[in-house]
Write a protein that binds this ligand. Sequence first.
Ligand code: CMP
Length: 490
Amino acid sequence: METSELRNKFVFFIIFAGIITLLLIVFPFIELPLKDYVSNVFGTTDGRMGVTAAILLDQIFRILKIVLWMSLIVSIIRFINQLIFSTALGSGSHEISFLLRNVFSIILYIVSFFIIFNSQYPGIDLAALFTTSTILGVIIGLALQDTLGNLFSGLAIQADQPFQIGDVIRIDQKGEGVVENVSWRGVQIRTFQNKLVIISNSVLGKEIVEVAPRDNLNARLVFFNTLYTNSPAKTIQVVREVVRQIENVSQKIRPVVRVRNLGDNGLDYEVKYWLEDYSKYNDTDALIRQRIWYACQREKIEFAYPTRTLHIETKPQEGVFVETSDEIFERLSSVPIFAPLSDEETQKLAGAALARVFAPGEAIVRQGQNGKSMFVIHRGKVDVQLKEASGTKSLRKLREGDFFGEMGLLTGEPRTATVLAEEETEVLEINNLCLKPIFEENPKLVAALSHIVEERRLSFEKLETQTEERKIKDKTSVFNSIKKFFGLHD
Ligand code: CMP
């Protein structure tokens, strides 16, 4: 507190105390004559009224005296408070808490009140009134439960002195800020958003409080990362030099820059530095990050960002059970229906063929369904079944190197039968799209193929399994239906 302010307070105190003292001195002189006068005035008409008026006036004088004495005491205590705490002791590095000051004052007020009250009412024992009255005790106890809890926690905090005004404290999930005041109720902190947060002493006593003392060099960590291609030695040196020049970074301890992790995306670094004023750590952190960015730009040190190395695996076109396209070629070459094709054409066909694997009992083609592909059995065996009104009839078993579904491929007609895999079977599927360009290049192939298909049909006939409808169809030229289906001209 400034001297002029203290002088003003002193003058005010002297005047105020002087007036009170004067009143207290004057009181005895006017008290008796006034009492006599009042009792005479009221006693002339009625003697009892005169006595009552005198007693009333006596009470008023007693209360007035208590009020005047208390005013004098309060002003003296307040002045002494100012004198002792704000000047003599307050000039030290530690400010004496307001809380202690208030507690000290309250105790003096209470003691003074008891003494003054006793001087005016010697017959009434105030202390006994408080100590013997159970109900009063309970009422006061309940009403002051929280208040007293806060008060005693506050006193414990003061006795322990874990932090001072001006320190930065952080209480988990309650806030962080600079301590501004410690009162009998709680601790008041100013957050970094310039808000005031008041935490009651009893709550504070139960929490973990992180304290960054004002007169201590508190450290902070700032993180950044660079690519693996940048030398750590150079990065550390560049960043350390730039950080130590930043204001509010203490010159007493050299900042530490170190690699904290070999991360997924690059080298992770941490900068540990000590602050002159911890309450400004947000600004200092931000400035450090900014300066690191500029320094890294100058020194061509690149920051890391999430990267992924992709290994692209080319998926084989064939199914997992077919090893090579040569195998497919070999297989197709051995199929009689493709005998008229040149090696080159067979190779093309092999390139377009899709290997498919079917489980035992699974239908590869279903009777009546539309299908535009044929199948060559590469591995396993199948059962060709015909569904009739009387039931399902097995027409033929086909094995490795056999083919089926040729009518669907060459004429586009619905499947004439159902073909079931008898065991795990791998087939090579050839669709009409990959066959069409081969037909266009070599139209003579159509005649050769239709001949083979007709031959097979004849062999089917011998088995006498064909329907009437099928027999009529066989009479029409397979050749024509193939040409029509593939849109080939003569
Ligand atoms: P697709 O009609 O396209 O579909 C069913 C296939 O079963 C058929 O072509 C022939 O390949 C085959 N198929 C039909 N009947 C017989 C049979 N009697 N003998 C052998 N295979 C047949």
